[in-house]
Design a protein around this ligand. Sequence first.
Ligand code: ADP
Ligand code: MG
Length: 144
Amino acid sequence: MPTVLTHSPRETEALGERLGREARAGEVYGLSGDLGAGKTAFVRGFVRGVGSPRRVHSPTFALLHEYPGGRCTVHHLDLYRLATPEEIRGAGLDEYLLAPEGITLAEWIERWSAAALDPGPLRHIRFRTVDEHRREITHDDPLP
Ligand code: ADP
Ligand code: MG
C-alpha cells in the first residue's frame, strides 16, 4: 500500500496533479479522511493534471462540481452532507460512481459504503492529518 507524506497544501496538490496526468476517462477515485485532511487540495491539483483551466472550489455545500476543458470532464462529488442511507440512495449519483463518462473524484466515499451501496470499481485514496502541516496519503495503486 503506497503511502506518501506531504508537508504543505502545494505538495498535496502536486501529488494530485501527477495522478491527474495519468488518469483516464471512466475511472472513479474514492477519497476518504477527516475534514481538513487535504482531499479538496488533492482534487485541485488533479483537475489541473487532467488539463482543465478551471479552479476547484470546496464542494462541501454543493453535492457536485464539474470541471470541463481538460482531456475529459472531471466530476467532483462531496458526499459529506448526505447523512442517511436514504439521502445517499436518493441523490441520483449512480451515473457518476458506476462507469462515469469522464472521471469522478468523490470526497467522503465512506458515506456511500455506509449506505450499503456498491460504488463499483474504484481507486481508494485515504488522507490522514498527522499534524498542522503534514498529511499522510495512501493509495491502492502505486503513486507516481
Ligand atoms: P478536505 O477537503 O479533506 O476537508 P481541504 O483540502 O479542503 O481538506 O483542506 C485542507 C486544509 O489543510 C487547508 O486549510 C490546507 O491549507 C491545510 N493543510 C495543511 N497542510 C496540508 C497538506 N500537507 N496537504 C493539504 N492540506 C494541508
Ligand atoms: Mg473537501
